[in-house]
Design a protein around this ligand. Structure first.
Ligand code: ZN
Length: 474
């Protein structure tokens, strides 16, 4: 009796993508939110083809095919977009959006090469390389592992805690050679699983290297050669079961044909246009700008822009909030939200916008990165700097003052900035109070930021005062 035996049996095992791990302080949702904010920045700084463009549609279906190579439980909400830029480049932002320059599509000799570039970018997202780098940079710079939550920009505030920057910093990441080796290795697996010959990715990068001159295409300075790219990929795929690879070169040829009729720009032209606000307008007009983009930067958030001060009236009844590091009392008609490992927001529901906090208190715990002690003054200074940097227009009014909170000596600073709340289409002033208090053991600090828009300040101030008086740091 004969038993059917799978062909290719014992010829090697199917490759698997490595476990990407997690990044402390940056959940999947936070990374996706950060990516959406960085994406909003892309649509301001660069021209992007609309999704209806045939070249974009081609890249999107190619991207979809490659997504099949990633285990669904570890995948990301990938998006694929095309920038009409002449230079050969591509970039990925955290959480999934990938942008490919038109020049890259034109430089690919076959579909597998283009698939290689996209699979490589997808691996940067999959491995969370930029988030890992941002968090590493922050650790190198700061004494504090956690920079306090920042106001006027809720999401940015949350991410500012691990030193992440929204905007250009999040978009143009220069990867390390180690990241590049991982992106090549992971990209090869994604390609293989989707039916493309992984060697085409290495071939394409090799081709870029050989173009040389002036450092070669931009792609190579953002994605530096980890060394022996071709050899590394060849070694990697040697033990994998053989496969009949595909490459729909006709589809690529059609996309190139469509691309030839599109106006492209140099990097310099794009940078110049960004300064004049050309792309934001053009992307709006062409329908490229997605409808649901969060506001990037300091722009107000529509949902809290028309805040009615009557909706935020604090109840006279206070209830306790207890954590190992502190307890505090707060109005019982307000909500608490957040992650106790990083920061807690206490606010009236009406003040919590999608990407902005119009009023309320944000309480964060901070500990020195390597154990040891940190001075209240240093911590306060870092927090003020972090807040000012992440919130354009926000400025401290003078230097920190001593403050007694239930017998513990802390520091307090008042800051003024722009509220997400608007009046006649303009932001009203925002008054923030930052209070930093050391823990009793001296192993950490608690920071509180009280946020009040100018038109609700008189209503909020007594409640904030009462909250601060009730604070007990352990
Ligand atoms: Zn790369």
């Amino acid at each position: 009796m004969l038993i059917a035996c799978p062909l290719g049996f014992a010829q090697g095992t199917e490759p698997q993508l490595p476990d990407p791990g997690t990044v402390a302080g940056a959940s999947k949702d936070q990374q996706i939110q950060l990516g959406q904010q960085a994406k909003a920045e892309v649509y301001k700084q660069m021209p992007v083809l609309p999704d209806s463009n045939p070249v974009t549609q081609y890249v999107q279906q190619l991207g979809k095919k490659l997504e099949a190579g990633i285990p669904p439980d570890k995948s990301w909400p990938y998006e694929f977009h095309v920038i009409p830029e002449k230079d050969i480049n591509a970039f990925a932002i955290p959480g999934g959006p990938i942008f490919v320059n038109l020049g890259t599509i034109q430089a690919a000799d076959n579909e597998a090469e283009l698939a290689g570039v996209i699979a490589h970018e997808m691996t940067h997202v999959y491995m969370q390389h930029s988030i890992k780098q941002m968090s590493k940079q922050n650790m190198a710079q700061g004494v504090l592992g956690v920079l306090g939550a920042v106001l006027g920009n809720g999401t940015a505030g949350n991410l500012a805690k691990i030193g992440m920057q929204v905007g250009a910093g999040a978009i143009f990441m220069k990867y390390s050679r180690e990241d590049e080796a991982q992106a090549d290795a992971g990209g090869a697996i994604i390609m293989y699983k989707a039916g493309y010959n992984p060697k085409a990715m290495a071939d394409f990068f090799q081709k870029l290297e050989s173009q040389g001159g002036g450092g070669g295409p931009q792609f190579l300075s953002d994605h530096p050669n980890p060394g022996n790219r071709v050899q590394a990929v060849t070694n990697e795929i040697k033990s994998w079961p053989p496969k009949n690879f595909t490459s729909n070169d006709q589809a690529l040829a059609q996309a190139k044909q469509a691309a030839s009729g599109i106006q492209t720009y140099t990097a310099q032209q794009i940078a110049d246009g960004a300064k004049q606000g050309v792309w934001a307008k053009q992307n709006q007009q062409s329908g490229a700008t997605p409808a649901n983009l969060p506001s990037s930067g300091s722009a107000g958030s529509a949902d809290v822009a028309n805040l009615d001060p009557q909706q935020i009236k604090p109840s006279g009844n206070f209830k306790p909030l207890q954590y190992p590091a502190f307890t505090i009392q707060y109005p019982d008609n307000w909500q608490t939200s957040g992650d106790p490992n990083s920061s807690i927001t206490i606010a009236p529901q009406a003040c919590i916008g999608q990407s902005a906090l119009a009023c309320g208190a944000v309480i964060s715990g901070m500990q020195p990165q390597n154990g040891g002690q940190v001075s209240v003054d240093d911590a306060t200074q870092q927090l003020v700097q972090g807040m000012e940097q992440s919130n354009p227009g926000l400025k401290a009014n003078g230097s920190p003052q001593n403050i007694q909170v239930n017998g513990v000596q802390g520091r307090a600073v008042d800051l003024t900035g722009n509220s997400p709340v608007q009046k006649n289409g303009k932001p009203v002033a925002e008054h923030d109070k930052l209070v930093v208090v050391p823990t009793q053991k001296g192993d950490g600090l608690i920071s509180l930021i009280f946020v009040a828009p100018d038109n609700a300040q008189s209503q909020l101030q007594p409640a904030y005062q009462k909250m601060l008086q009730s604070l007990q740091v352990k």
